[in-house]
Structure formats: C-alpha cells, structure tokens
Design a protein around this ligand. Structure first.
Ligand code: F6R
Length: 592
C-alpha cells in the first residue's frame, strides 16, 4: 500500500502543493507520513506519525525537488524512524517506496556486513543503501538504480532521488506509478488524482519500466525498460478530471455521503453498461468454467454471484478469494473465464490472480470502479462500475453497483436483459424511497442500544448469507465489534454455544424461500437469550428490533446490504471512531 507523491521542477514550487498531492493519497494508508525537499540549498526531512490531512508547511517554503509518502506499515512499527523517506548512510540517496522487498533481510545482512548502519526496521532502507553501494563502483545513477532492481525481489514501486546530481527516478514493478507533466515540472505519484489540481496530462509507467528526470540537463521525463535500459516512447494521455473533484457536501463523513448516493448509483451502473454487460454475458455463455474472484467486500459480491447466476440464469459459477486463487489454478484453462471484482482495481491479490488466469490461457474480465486502474488495463474485458470516486475506506456504493451489474449480467445470459433492467430500475426506486431521513433515524436508535456490545452475529441463508458476511465485515471494520456471520442453519451445529443473554443477532429475513428457516434459527437463538434485530419486509414476533426493507426480489442483495452499512456507520459514531478511516486499514491494498 502506501502513497507516493514527488516532483522535480526547473522552477520553485510551493511545498504545500506537494503536501496537498499527498493528502489525496491518504486512502492508501495513514499510519504516518514524511517528505524530503531542498529549500535554499538545504536538505529538509520531515516525518510525522498519523494522518497528513491537517499538516502544512509554512507558506513561504518552496522547492524544486520534493519526495513524499503516506505509509501503511508492513515492515516495522508505526514510528517516525520507520516513516519514509529513507536515506542512504551518506544521505545522498532518498527513497519513497510502495510494496514489499521480499529478500530485504538477506540484502540487509550483506550491507550490515559491509558496515552499513540501518535506522529503521523497514524493507525500504535497503534500496537507498544498495544504490549508495552501487555508486561506489560507478557514477551513473540510472545504471546503479537499475542494477539494484535486478537484486531486489517482490512487487514494488519506488522513487529515488540523488541529492548531489538532482536526478529523480521512478521505478514500477508491481505497484502503480503515474507521471504527470506541466511544462518542465514532472510529478510522479501512486495515483493520478493527486496531481489533478496541477495537470491532467499523464503517462502511465507500466510494470518493468523506469521514469528518469534530470532537470540539470533540462531534460523532460525519459522512459526506459528495466534491466535493458532501452529507451521507450510513452503516450501522453489527457485524463477527464471534471468529476474527480470530491466534496463531503453537507455530510459529516464521506461514508454517509457515499451510502446515500446509492439512491441513484445502481441505476447509473446498469444504464451506462448495457453493451459491455451483453459482451460479458456472451463470454460467460461460451466458457465451460466461470470464476469470480475478489477480496473483502468485493469477495462477498463474488460469492453472491454463485446464487445470482443459479437463481436467475440456472448457471453454475464458482468463486474464489483472490489470495487463494493460486491453490485452484490447475482448474484454469482456455475454457475458463475469470472475472475480477474490485473497487480500486489495484488490489494486488486480485491482480496476481488475474495474471495467473492469463498465464493459463483463460479469458479475463473485471468489474471495477476505478477506470484508471491496473486491472482495468490488464483484463480482456473491463466493465466500469460508474459509482463515482469512493473516499471512505469501507466500500459502500461501489458494492451495490457491482451487485447490480452481476444481476443484469445473469439476466443477459438468458437473453432477458430488458426484464432484468426494468427490475433493477424498480429496485432503484424502492431503495431511493427506503433511504429517507426517517429510515436512518430509526437505525440510529437501534445502533444507540447496541454500540457498547463486544460481540454480534449476523445470520442469513442463500444469497442473504453473503449479505450477512458483508454486514459482519462492515460492523467489524468500523466499530471494532467482533461480529461473525453464519448461514442461519449452521449456527446450531456448534457456534450457538456463543449465544448468551443479550447477545445481539441480526437476522436477514426477506420474504423468500429461505425466510422460514431464518426465522426458525432466530427463534432458537432467542430461546437462549439472544436479542434479534430483524431485517425483513414484515415484522415477525421473534424480532426484538425491526428494520423494514422493501422487497426487491434478486435486488434484495443490494436492499439488505444498505441498512447494515448505515448501522455499522452509526455504531462507529457512537463508539467515537472515525468511520472514514478505520484503524489499521487502507482503501487500496497494493501489498500481499
Ligand atoms: C471493506 C473493503 C475491503 C475491500 C477489499 C478489496 O469495506 O472495502 O474489504 O473490499 O480490500 O478492495 P477492492 O474492492 O478495491 O479490490
């Protein structure tokens, strides 16, 4: 994970331009941050714990060279010493890094043997010192950096700066890195929106490529292949930035704003994607094996596809958690389609699984919210979720949009796209009505009664089990309440032992073929002291609390997910946790 924002310019730029860029990357991690710059010929290193959001330099500070980083800790605790940038022992090489250097320990040991001292526990510090070591035998910074890349293993990107020569190098080998240009000012960032206030002219660095900037020679950015150092041409692209400017509007948090945007995002997801969905459905119909993959919330959407395609299209599809995909790779071949689900399009576990699928000759597709992402570019077919940028770390609107796209794809597989489309438009209207202020007020009252609990359970059956899984994840990650999801019928086979007087259990009980089973389980839990929070179309006598959800048929997947998002958001508020930035998390998980 981690966010990188750097620039090299032939004229001085206000340092807060760099800080503002870095603030846009906080979604990639917010354990600590740091920056390196040269002001009035003096090197200046800043490192702080926590979020960069409230930080700024004094207004008069300007620089031509700026490297900054927001960290999600992988190696070493959250301390100032472990924050980036990391300097070589001679303080000449400055590094900011995203990703993991897998063989860092053996490289570190060999450097320590040569007398190098390490200030941090990070894997990053080996890069700066390895470059220093290379430069003892040659003068060429580009070649030295390239040589170091041959020694390090793992998926990473980094920016290296040579203080003496003022050369800056960006390397991409598995984690995203994008170059932005304005005149002779070159920006290198983990994501393009970080420099959208300055420029929308970008070049994507691909894996195995280097961006090289030497302002002293008045050079623009030159691109090379890693290893061979063959110069390459990179297209400059003008990105659309109009709809990238994001505000909280009148909402207290981005999360609540994004939840409420589900009044219209489902419609947008299907309206703009009819042709792409038909194409995906045709591919699914042609293939013998269909795998959905994803992580976290996106994994639960993937898991729900099993029920969606079963119920609507009578089609068998499989699901695998992206990080486990390697273990089932022997089943993947040219008769397979592997469909990645992702909000960010940068989740490394899903990218790696798609790469494995490609290497086995499978067709790859993805349903992704971030259209500028790696997944979007590497898959044979890509469907944009069109939910708009999601800022809150916990996924909300992109989740229900992905569900809508899957439902419509299933209808398209049986040539009933129009019926599916109309059904989803009807769902959108019902969800719009549901999301009224009274509905939220009612959920706030329930959250107030339960926010102090240490444990909760969520039960569902069939596709509603995946709603339960998603609800439990939301409650865990936002309010840190230990919450487990169960198939309603499964609890009695052991886990019901955990129920005691007052244990809150959320029952997902829409009026479908599974309702009776869910209500029976709720009765069994209640007999043992559990308190039932029922989500259904109609109140049942077994419910102690009741949240009314409209009947959206297959669209219940979306309709029942939303109240659980609202509930977990308010559990976080009552517990005084920031729902936009839960502890230990990051929005884009670019490390394994
Ligand atoms: C939970 C959440 C995460 C992500 C997961 C995958 O609210 O947001 O579980 O769903 O990290 O991320 P994407 O969807 O970007 O691949």
């Amino acid at each position: 994970m981690c966010g990188i924002f750097c620039f090299s310019s032939n004229e001085e730029i206000n340092s807060n331009t760099g800080v503002n860029g870095l603030k846009k990357l906080e979604y990639r991690g917010y354990d600590s941050f740091g920056a390196f710059q040269i002001n009035n010929n003096k090197e200046n290193l800043t490192k702080e714990i926590g979020e960069v959001e409230k930080f700024s330099f004094p207004e008069e500070i300007k620089t031509k060279y700026f490297l900054s980083h927001t960290r999600w800790a992988t190696h070493g605790k959250v301390t100032k010493e472990n924050s980036h940038p990391h300097l070589s022992n001679d303080s000449n090489i400055i590094i900011v890094h995203n990703g993991i250097i897998e063989n860092f320990q053996e490289l570190k040991d060999s450097l320590v043997y040569k007398g190098y001292k390490f200030k941090s526990q990070t894997d990053t510090e080996v890069i700066s010192n390895l470059i220093q070591e290379e430069l003892t035998t040659q003068n060429n910074f580009l070649q030295a950096t390239n040589k170091v890349c041959k020694k390090i293993t793992g998926r990473y990107s980094f920016v290296a700066f040579n203080v003496k020569t003022k050369e800056m190098i960006g390397v991409r080998n598995g984690s995203p890195l994008i170059v932005g240009k304005k005149g002779n000012s070159i920006f290198i960032s983990s994501d393009a929106p970080a420099f959208f206030d300055i420029t929308n002219t970008v070049s994507y660095i691909d894996d195995g490529q280097i961006a090289y900037i030497n302002q002293k020679l008045n050079q623009n950015c030159i691109f090379y292949k890693l290893n061979s150092l063959e110069e390459i041409y990179k297209k400059e692209i003008k990105l659309e930035i109009e709809n990238q400017k994001i505000h909280k509007k009148n909402f207290k948090h981005y999360m609540l704003k994004e939840i409420m945007e589900q009044k219209h995002t489902i419609k947008r997801a299907i309206e703009t994607n009819k042709e792409a969905i038909t194409k995906l459905a045709n591919l699914i119909n042609k293939k013998k094996k269909v795998y959905f993959i994803g992580c976290g919330t996106s994994a639960f959407v993937g898991q729900s596809s099993k029920y969606i395609f079963h119920d609507i299209a009578n089609l068998k599809t499989d699901f695998e958690i992206s990080s486990e995909f390697k273990s089932i790779q022997n089943f993947i071949d040219k008769d397979t389609i592997v469909i990645g689900l992702s909000q960010s399009g940068e989740t490394i576990d899903t990218i790696e699984a798609l790469e494995i699928a490609k290497s086995k000759g499978a067709t790859t597709a993805c349903i992704v919210n971030n259209e500028n992402s790696t997944m979007f570019r590497i898959c044979d077919t890509a469907i944009p979720v069109k939910a708009g940028t999601e800022i809150a770390v916990a996924s909300t609107k992109s989740t229900t949009s992905k569900m809508a796209i899957l439902i419509l794809t299933a209808y398209s597989c049986i040539n009933k796209q129009k019926i599916g489309f109309n059904e989803l438009i009807r769902n959108q209207a019902l969800i719009n009505d549901m999301l009224n202020p009274g509905f939220e007020e009612h959920i706030i009252k329930i959250a107030k009664k339960f926010f102090h609990h240490k444990h909760m359970f969520v039960i569902g059956k069939g596709y509603n089990f995946t709603v339960a899984l998603e609800g439990a994840l939301k409650i865990k990650e936002l309010s840190y309440i230990n919450t487990q999801a169960f198939q309603a019928g499964e609890l009695k086979h052991g886990s019901i032992a955990l129920i005691e007087k007052g244990t809150p259990v959320i029952a997902i009980a829409p009026n479908d073929c599974n309702q009776n089973d869910v209500l029976t389980s709720a009765h069994e839990i209640k007999s043992r002291g559990g308190v039932i929070i029922g989500l259904s179309e109609n109140k049942s006598e077994v419910f102690d609390e009741f949240i009314k959800v409209p009947n959206c048929k297959e669209g219940n997947l979306m309709a029942y997910t939303i109240p659980l998002q609202i509930f977990s958001y308010h559990l976080a508020n009552f517990n005084k946790f920031n729902p936009d930035k839960p502890r230990n998390l990051a929005k884009s998980v670019t490390v394994k």
